[in-house]
Design a protein around this ligand. Structure first.
Ligand code: DAH
Length: 344
């Protein structure tokens, strides 16, 4: 019996030397100390042992089990130490390895301009309005007093989807939509994409962007329009910027004007200036007092209310602001071009 116990002990010691991981150790524990383990076998055969020897055998078995238990614990510690070392090695961070530089996105220059203009007008008490790019003839022309035979209705100018539906060639239909859905006082600006049949070149694109403005209230007059434009160009181009109105014609405004801003590059001091061509002035938008016919057509009593409107091209403002020589670069989404405006 004693031999058997010693043999089990010896066998456990031998096997423990070979153990490589926690799983094997667990198996070994079951094999020697488990319910159906090898000592259980020994204890079962106690019946064959003389009664006076039984306490001794029992004692030896317990001692052997304790020994094995201790040895298992020792190896448990050893293995967990090894595992820890391996983990530390794997998780080690080499702080001297050069880092990966993440690609940082930027706001598109057109969006920068749009947001800047929105901010200027929001600070002046305007709200932002929106309208669909696929527009009905009614809002785009009819309600804006553009008669059926007007040249701007020419199929060569606008992309028609069918007789009554087109891609809007300007943001002005948002004026009609706003007047029909809101009661005065109205004070909105609407930035958005517009479409016109045009050959693509350095200064033309069939898709471009405009910002429309509309103010309607009692007693609004041309002085308010001029004052608003002056304030706007000062915020956009600096305190020295001035505006000049030139008589013009738009069916939806009466009177109408073209707005020039004093040259933001040379301020009229350079006869060879590329931006103002030496004139000292740069055209930036169309404007006027909302035609009473438009007010009445949109359900606003023109004997009570009056208003002004303006519309400008955002692409041109962007191109001149960043000194971009080719409009197409704004639409091609070439990262080599766009990344120049990082942080812009
Ligand atoms: N819709 C005009 C265009 O696309 C621009 C414009 C002119 C808008 C005068 C207006 C305005 O609101 O009053 O050329």
């Amino acid at each position: 019996m004693q031999d058997k116990i010693n043999e089990i002990l010896k066998s456990s010691e031998d096997q423990l030397q070979e153990i490589e991981d926690a799983k094997q150790l667990q198996e070994l524990r079951v094999q020697f100390l488990g319910k159906k383990g090898r000592f259980t076998e020994v204890l079962r055969s106690m019946g064959n042992v003389a009664p006076e020897e039984r306490p001794l055998i029992g004692k030896l078995v317990n001692e052997a089990r304790e020994k094995i238990q201790k040895a298992i614990e020792f190896h448990e510690n050893r293995l967990s130490q090894i595992e820890k070392e391996i983990r530390l090695k794997i998780e080690r961070v080499d702080v001297s390895v050069p880092g990966k530089k993440p690609e940082v996105g930027a706001v598109h220059p057109l969006s920068v301009t749009t947001q800047q203009l929105e901010d200027i007008f929001i600070a002046m008490g305007y709200s932002i309005a929106e309208g669909p790019e696929v527009e009905l003839d009614e809002y785009n022309f009819e309600l804006l007093n553009v008669p059926k035979d007007h040249t701007s209705r020419d199929a060569q100018d606008s992309f028609y989807i069918n007789e009554n539906v087109l891609l809007r060639p300007h943001t002005s239909p948002v004026q009609a939509r706003t007047m029909l859905s809101q009661k005065p006082p109205i004070k909105i600006v609407c930035p958005g994409r517009v479409y016109r049949v045009d050959e693509v070149d350095a200064t033309h694109s069939p898709v471009f962007h405009q910002l429309e403005g509309l103010v309607i209230d009692k007693g609004i007059h041309m002085g308010h329009l001029k004052g608003t434009l002056d304030e706007f160009v000062k915020k956009l181009y600096g305190e020295n910027a001035r505006t000049k109105l030139r008589p013009s014609f738009f069916p939806f405004t009466e009177p109408s004007a073209e707005v020039d801003v004093s040259c933001y590059v040379c301020d009229g001091k350079d006869d060879n200036c590329k931006v103002c061509k030496g004139t000292g002035w740069v055209e930036i938008m169309g404007c006027g007092m909302v035609n009473p016919k438009v007010l009445d057509g949109c359900g606003i009593d023109s004997t009570v209310y009056s208003g002004f409107a303006f519309g400008m091209g955002l692409d041109r403002i962007t191109v001149s602001k960043y000194n971009i020589s080719d409009l197409r670069t704004l639409f091609e989404n070439d990262l080599r071009f766009l990344s120049q405006f990082l942080g812009g």
